[in-house]
Ligand binder design. Structure first.
Ligand SMILES: Nc1ncnc2c1ncn2[C@@H]1O[C@H](COP(=O)(O)OP(=O)(O)O)[C@@H](O)[C@H]1O
Ligand SMILES: O=C(O)[C@H](O)[C@@H](O)[C@H](O)[C@H](O)COP(=O)(O)O
Length: 163
């Protein structure tokens, strides 16, 4: 592993496994995990809970906060779960940061992720928003891309082998 204390953004659509994989990856690397969901302003959470997709304007301040979080953790490293759906969002996350961010893209089909979302309990994000998440997604070309059709342990060990 070249990158001992990386700043990793685990990205992908809602339900792709960002929180599950991010937490496990952080535990294995012994660095802090942050869930991007916890940094949305209340208005964003309410909008999503009401079944309305966020737009660029809604996401701007949230992405800026996560960029600051990355800067604060530049030395220690961090794992951050964040949808980071568009290329321009990933540019905001990298702003003024010394380290080059590592993006891990959790790749899965609409059908598989819909099944997981329908089974997930106690979460504000309604499965009906999944189509808009896929519509918004710009698949990253320079990310570590991992299929979600494996156990979390397998996914995390693949990620670590590529860091
Ligand atoms: N590799 C996996 N295999 C099977 N189920 C998974 C896997 N990763 C996550 N899940 C389950 O899928 C659902 C969505 O995962 P979650 O981590 O909440 O995704 P996200 O943070 O991207 O919205 C959860 O119920 C989680 O337990
Ligand atoms: O950019 C967005 O539209 C949101 O960040 C969204 O992608 C994110 O997925 C939600 O916060 C729901 O949370 P889950 O990803 O945990 O479903």
């Amino acid at each position: 592993m070249k990158n001992i204390k990386p700043i990793v953004f685990v990205m992908g659509v809602s339900g792709s496994g960002k929180s599950t994989i991010g937490k496990l990856l952080a535990k294995k690397l012994n660095i802090e995990f942050y869930d991007g969901d916890d940094y949305h302003p209340e208005a964003n959470v309410k909008k999503m809970a009401d079944g309305i997709p966020l737009d660029d304007h809604d996401r701007q301040g949230w992405l800026e906060r996560l960029n600051l979080l990355a800067i604060e953790n530049n030395e220690k490293g961090a794992i951050i779960a964040c949808s980071a759906l568009k290329t321009k969002y990933r540019v905001i996350l990298q702003n003024n940061l010394e380290k080059k961010l590592v993006f891990v893209y959790l790749k899965g089909t609409f059908e598989e992720i819909m099944t997981r979302l329908e089974q997930r309990k106690n979460h504000f994000m309604p499965p009906e928003l999944l189509q808009s998440q896929f519509n918004t997604l710009e698949v990253p070309k320079d990310a570590i891309t991992v299929s979600i059709m494996q156990t979390p342990v397998e996914i995390v060990s693949k990620i670590i082998s590529k860091l």
